[in-house]
Design a protein around this ligand. Structure first.
Ligand code: ATP
Length: 245
């Protein structure tokens, strides 16, 4: 579903030099996987995630999603391709002056859906995340966990094949974290949506990921399997880093 081929991303430093946030990275994520990107702060996790929908454009390499190389698309083709890739943010990024239902409707309005289809789809998505009774509330009236469920419903609304989640539970307490992770796992199981999730917490990887890439200094140290809630790191470098995490 996702294939990153030798992608690199560098940023300009205020002092005029360059900083390599992602170094010549190759990574494949299968359809229907829940895949984690884990590592210390500054390892390049968010940058790598944002390369998948081209929120960051790589200097080099190809970004294939669902068979399309996003780096070769025109602006309008890229807008269409992005309908297929939902995004969930750490700080929810909800529109404060829109109700829950209007927030979920937002990407569908942008995509030009008609009103009747929007109403049906919004109701479906709110049902999936268990917020039907909050449709007319405003974000300020919701708990953190409920806000993130709105963020997930909004990401799900355009029927994407991929959802990218950037530290989706880092702003939440442990109990709410579990229920939000369960919500993502349900969406993966019910609709087969491929989920890529950035986290710095091993507990998150253990809870829902099938595989995870450990990042350090902009490179993948190891791609690890998660079996029965345990992360199977093979290299001693990865084991040392996971122990320190
Ligand atoms: N727009 C930008 N301009 C300049 N430097 C950036 C930019 N975005 C990221 N960086 C730098 O790139 C490096 C990797 O950042 P990134 O956010 O991808 O790491 P991360 O692993 O997600 O870390 P964190 O867990 O702290 O979010 C960091 O050193 C960061 O300061």
């Amino acid at each position: 579903m996702i294939h990153l081929n030798n992608v690199s991303k560098r940023f300009r430093h205020p002092d005029g030099g360059w900083f390599d946030a992602v170094r010549a990275t190759t990574l494949s994520i299968a359809e229907g996987e829940i895949f984690g990107l884990i590592g210390f702060s500054g390892a390049g996790k968010s940058t790598l995630l944002r390369l998948i929908n081209l929120l960051e454009r790589p200097e080099a390499g190809a970004v294939l999603v669902d068979g399309q190389d996003l780096t070769r698309l025109s602006a309008s083709e890229l807008r269409r391709a992005r309908q297929n890739i939902g995004m969930v943010f750490q700080q929810f990024n909800l529109l404060a002056n829109r109700t829950v239902a209007e927030n979920v409707a937002f990407p569908l309005e942008i995509a030009g859906w008609n009103r009747a289809d929007i109403a049906l789809r919004v109701a479906e998505c709110l049902e999936v995340v268990g917020l039907t009774d909050r449709a007319e509330h405003y974000p300020a009236q919701l708990s953190g966990g409920q806000k993130q469920r709105v963020g997930i419903a909004r990401a799900l609304a355009p029927r994407p094949k991929v959802i990218l989640a950037d530290e989706p539970t880092s702003a939440l307490d442990p109990k709410t974290t579990q229920s939000v992770l369960q919500c993502l796992a349900d969406i993966n199981a019910r609709f087969g949506v491929t989920i890529v999730l950035v986290t710095h917490e091993m507990g998150v990887v253990r809870a829902i990921c099938q595989r995870a890439a450990l990042l350090d200094g902009g490179s993948v140290v190891e791609v690890m399997d998660v079996k029965q809630g345990e992360v199977q790191a093979l290299s001693s470098a990865a084991r040392d880093m996971l122990e320190a995490a």
